[in-house]
Design a protein around this ligand. Structure first.
Ligand code: NAD
Ligand code: ZN
Length: 354
């Protein structure tokens, strides 16, 4: 799976394909070599279409196994060795073609190989198009510790084509919808109406509708991170539903998006209890989740276990829990609470969402 593309395959198509395509993809002349890192599923479904218009003479590929396990030191080391073997230089670039796993791993490799070479993100999952390919967070896992090794390293370019989403399995697509809903709640309330009105076409992966939502969410994400790259303030709003969701994601073996939705439901319930939001707003959230078949409740682990995992979230500090809560239409705020003072409330909320 590590073959060098044949030099002879230098494509003629690039000149036939129209200026806009050539301008978008004429990166072969900028870099001395390009390494495309992708995973097996994306290789099978997207790679050929993606490289169609690329000059093959200086193009290499590396295919990893699909899944979170590939964000490991072992895979990192293997790819680093491959970079050395193909003489990737400071004037080379890495293209991350895939979901967040490929994106995080490739970004980390690019940021550390020879002290940093260019990386281009080409996200192919909904989650990566609206979230992980924008903002420069890279990383790998160490054992069970997720993203514990990583860097902030901005891609030279993030190139998004929503047509890539047409081969994405339903479960992955729906999981990504949770992040889309999140953008509506943290930044632009109208997204929720758009998602409700156009749900069928979005579920059918209509290109125009997908372009509309992906463009909106990607723009919001880049606005947020351009104001707060290192997550010292504003960027934290992106964690809505994530602190609560963290526990159920780990304990229930559900998808990230499903856990985020359950987590947002918990955050909403706390906001309702505190009188920050009203029931009409909450009903809209419920409505949009139901349209996309996203869960609001979990079953299995007890509330204390879920709370303990929330406490271990690496985003907390100084023995306090950092929570992002809805406080108005398309608006959230950060609440930092002592574990002891909030425990009773949180346990009650977790119990309500079972
Ligand atoms: P993923 O990369 O594992 O992709 C999900 C599955 O879909 C994989 O099996 C993959 O092979 C397959 N796939 C991808 N694109 C496809 C396509 N177009 N057609 C068919 N199959 C396709 O998962 P993900 O949800 O994209 O990303 C999750 C990762 O992102 C986690 O490791 C998480 O830590 C990370 N993340 C990073 C950030 C960040 O800011 N860097 C933000 C959120 C999440
Ligand atoms: Zn997320």
């Amino acid at each position: 799976n590590k073959d060098l593309y044949e030099t002879k395959l230098k494509t003629k198509n690039i000149y036939k394909s129209g200026m806009s395509t050539v301008q978008k993809f004429d990166i072969s002349s900028i870099y001395d070599s390009i390494l495309v890192i992708t995973d097996q599923n994306v290789c099978d479904t997207q790679l050929n279409r993606f490289i169609e218009n690329l000059d093959k003479s200086n193009l290499y590929k590396y295919v990893i196994e699909a899944g979170e396990e590939s964000k490991s030191i072992d895979v990192y080391e293997e790819i680093m060795k491959y970079c050395i073997q193909i003489n990737l230089s400071r004037r080379s670039a890495i293209i991350a073609l895939g979901g967040g796993v490929v994106g995080d791993l490739s970004g980390f490799i690019a940021s550390t190989y020879m002290r940093g070479i260019d990386v281009i993100q080409v996200p192919t999952t909904l989650l990566s198009q609206v979230d992980s390919s924008i903002g420069g967070k890279t990383g790998i896992n160490l054992g069970k510790l997720k993203n514990i090794i990583g860097t902030f390293y901005q891609p030279k370019l993030t190139y998004i084509n929503v047509n890539a989403l047409k081969t994405l399995p339903d479960r992955e697509f729906i999981s990504g919808m949770a992040e889309v809903i999140k953008y509506g709640l943290i930044y632009d309330y109208e997204i929720l109406d758009y998602l409700i009105i156009n749900s069928q076409q979005i579920l059918d992966r209509d290109t125009d509708k997908l372009n509309h939502i992906v463009r909106q969410c990607a723009t919001i994400k880049s606005e947020i991170v351009s104001k707060d790259e290192k997550e010292s303030g504003l960027r934290k709003i992106l964690n809505l539903g994530h602190t609560f969701g963290h526990g159920v994601e780990k304990l229930c073996g559900i998808s990230h998006g499903e856990a985020v939705c359950i987590g947002i439901n918990m955050a909403f319930n706390l906001s309702l209890k505190k009188g920050f939001v009203d029931n009409d707003y909450y009903s809209k959230f419920i409505d949009v989740c139901q349209k996309y078949g996203l869960p609001l409740r979990f079953s299995g682990p007890n509330e204390k276990e879920v709370f303990n995992i929330m406490k271990n979230d690496k985003k907390n500090g100084f023995g306090k829990l950092n929570l992002i809560l809805p406080t108005g239409l398309g608006k959230v705020e950060e609440f930092i609470q002592d574990y002891d003072s909030i425990e009773k409330d949180i346990i009650e909320i977790i119990t309500m969402c079972k």
